[in-house]
Design a protein around this ligand. Structure first.
Ligand code: 5GP
Length: 142
């Protein structure tokens, strides 16, 4: 998948946006959606996506870039509070060569504590009850 490859309307995040696939949502507004990553690298791993059909940052219209960043800031604040995390990391991958696996642009919010102990990217499915519990804590902190 190259940066210039056209957007695929049937990618999993497009399906989540159309409610054709499930997601544990924590925040939504007119231009963005935030939901729990199903294969979290750390507890509290949240994804933020714009409601715009862009595969990567280079093709995202400016107004959606702005909305995505504002939602990332808002949700990161809640994630940090809910997880009682001293820090957090934001990641955003563009292109398969950079490690991107879902080709609808998204921001990763990763609450962090000491060291670098986080799991490999997109490997192990989370326990859904645990994800629901964490999502409820994040929603309450918004
Ligand atoms: P990327 O590799 O594209 O930066 O990140 C894709 C992220 O989406 C990974 O962290 C992966 O765990 C997550 N992911 C993949 N499929 C699904 C899904 O069906 N639902 C949710 N909630 N997350 C997904």
């Amino acid at each position: 998948m190259h940066l210039t490859t056209p957007y695929d309307d049937n990618n999993i995040f497009a399906k989540i946006l159309r409610d054709e696939a499930p997601a544990i949502r924590v925040y939504e507004d007119e231009m963005t959606l935030a939901f729990m990553d199903i294969m979290p690298q750390l507890p509290g791993h949240v994804l933020v996506i714009p409601k715009s059909p862009a595969a990567n940052l280079l093709t995202l219209p400016p107004e959606y870039t702005q909305a995505m960043m504002l939602t990332t800031q808002k949700v990161a604040r809640a994630v940090q509070k809910a997880m009682d995390a001293p820090g957090f990391m934001i990641a955003q991958l563009n292109g398969a060569e950079a490690g991107q696996t879902v080709f609808h642009i998204h921001m990763h919010i990763l609450p962090r504590r000491d060291g670098l102990e986080f799991k490999l990217h997109a490997r192990v499915l989370a326990d859904m009850d645990e994800l629901q519990t964490i999502a409820a804590r994040i929603r309450a902190a918004l």
